[in-house]
Design a protein around this ligand. Sequence first.
Ligand SMILES: O=C(CO)COP(=O)(O)O
Length: 271
Amino acid sequence: MTSKTNGAYDRTPLIAGNWKMNLDHHQAVTLVQKLSWTLTDADHDFEEVEVAVFPPFTDLRSVQTLVAGDRLPLAYGAQDLSAEDSGAFTGEVSGQFLAKLGCTYALVGHSERRTLNGEDDALVGRKLAAALRHGIAPILCVGEGLEVRRQGRQVEHTLAQLRGALEGLSPEQVAGLVVAYEPVWAIGTGEVAGPEDAQEMAAALRAELASLFGAETAAGLRLLYGGSVKSTNVASILREKDVDGVLVGGASLDEGEFASIVRFEHHLLTD
Ligand SMILES: O=C(CO)COP(=O)(O)O
């Protein structure tokens, strides 16, 4: 049994790599191949620590073919999806198509989409519902910007985003949900929220999930931290009781660094 220094894992840790708008489908195949070789060589137990990648839409078919053809124990997902299922929505990608491509997960409400594409909580909630309709586990991204953090309102702000996206759902519907806390000021900046900040927010999110869906459901949901995660800081973050994994951006583009993050327990033993 995998264990934290503060106790056994109740939930399978999830290490997720969000590639953002990087790597074409040829590069995707190369990275996924190298990543799986590196982890297999290192005897990584994918049942103990789950690994998922989030390539651009145009890479997903190639990743599906590779993962299925070589029976790789890796999960993959999309970085976004449409709130709609089909129709006159030029440029949108339906959850139905993603399910056909074997996506286990879809990110919803990533801060870059909220900021660059004006996605609000209502739209994020509709996208989350669309993922659930198609049997895709949503990874709901929440988190505050620098101004909100400076005002000390980060918990209130992040919990409002959580409630806004999950309104009207039942405990059964959210059973496979993952929530990623990504403070916007820590994304791509080299600034990392301290492990205690990640834990403070994870505990607040879990308490809010318990009040929405019951303690038992909340205890089974995985909460991730994201924002400048690297092999050198992952262990201290994942040592925290309520943090069940990480959502990695830049560092997931290098298979050696990402594999080292996946093998965070190795750092737990050495630091
Ligand atoms: O946005 C992120 C993952 O979704 C975090 O990105 P970085 O790890 O590059 O800071």
